[in-house]
Write a protein of this length. Structure first.
Length: 312
């Protein structure tokens, strides 16, 4: 059945142990399409927004950019528990919002409508809701607000900005694509490139080939994902991970692969694009989410309907 199929019989959510689970926090605008409602909030204020949400509380919201990613994570949980009903290392999804509880019923009802396995709903009426991320053990935070994402990154939480777009729900398994520099890895080579140009960056990479790259902002999340992958044989895994990065494999690929090996992080496929657009290969992979630090790459992914998240 389609991932978007309504599942009105809402079963109790299995409680997860946040010390063992891979906790993902999403904002309401990341998981549902609230663009019209957000425009109303900006133009007419909080009270009118609240009235609108209360009047439409039984009308399910359409899916947002992160919706299919969250549903695919739920599918992974099902496969893990089929293999080991006692397994504790599962995805744990929570909704975090700075909206008031008065406007929250529609969000909860929409989650029930789609049968989303969301463990916690946090409506905190606070300008900076990211202060609660660490207390919930969040390993990845997805938001449609840039300030939220920057605050989360400053708090040491892997985070990315999702742009609302029309996306087709890809089929399972869960497919996650990472860019390299400034996402999985540090931006050290990017800094050298900006200061010394391409030749300087190539010299730097040749000199540092035996030295693992520094950690990027999404490395911790990728490592947790990698631990989940190891529960399965590659051919039967409900998770597939990809590296799609701009540098050429000839000049910079060796160090990237050695770094992943040093970390113990296996990716299913790696593409070193040598500056070519990423859109065509992403269109072929059809990931549930694509993480990149370059807005031009994000735009290219959006142009082919790939759910994208920017790491600023």
């Amino acid at each position: 059945p389609s991932l978007l199929s309504p599942k009105p019989s809402f079963l109790p959510v299995l409680q997860k142990d946040p010390r063992e689970a891979l906790v993902i926090a999403v904002t309401t605008r990341a998981i549902f399409n609230l663009e019209e409602e957000h425009k109303l909030y900006l133009e007419k204020g909080k009270e009118e927004y609240t009235r609108h949400q209360q009047a439409n509380q039984d009308k399910p919201l359409p899916p947002g950019t992160a919706f299919a990613f969250i549903q695919a994570a739920q599918y992974v949980n099902e496969k893990i528990l089929e293999s080991n009903p006692a397994e504790k290392e599962l995805f744990d999804i929570l909704v975090l919002s700075n909206l008031s509880p008065a406007s929250s019923v529609r969000i909860i009802n929409s989650a029930k409508h789609y049968g989303l396995e969301i463990s916690k709903f946090c409506f905190v009426s606070d300008e900076d809701s990211t202060q609660y991320l660490k207390s919930h053990g969040v390993k990845l935070f997805l938001s449609a607000d840039r300030t939220d994402v920057c605050n989360a990154l400053q708090r040491g939480v892997s985070a990315a900005l999702v742009f609302q777009q029309e996306v087709q729900a890809p089929s399972t398994p869960l497919r996650v694509v990472f860019d390299g520099d400034a996402v999985l890895f540090s931006d050290e080579t990017d800094r050298v490139f900006r200061e010394q140009g391409l030749e300087g960056a190539l010299r730097y990479e040749r000199a540092m080939e035996a030295v693992p790259m520094g950690e990027g902002p999404l490395k911790a999340f990728a490592m947790h994902l990698g631990k989940m992958c190891k529960k399965f044989k590659q051919e039967t895994s409900p998770i597939r991970t990809y590296l799609v990065t701009a540098p050429s494999g000839r000049d910079m690929g060796s160090r990237a692969i050695k770094t992943l090996r040093e970390w113990g992080l296996a990716t299913d496929e790696a593409f070193f694009m040598d500056g070519a657009p990423k859109g065509p290969i992403l269109s072929q992979i059809q990931p549930h989410i694509f993480f990149d630090d370059g807005l031009h790459s994000i735009q290219g992914a959006q142009d082919v309907g790939v759910p994208s998240a920017w790491v600023p």
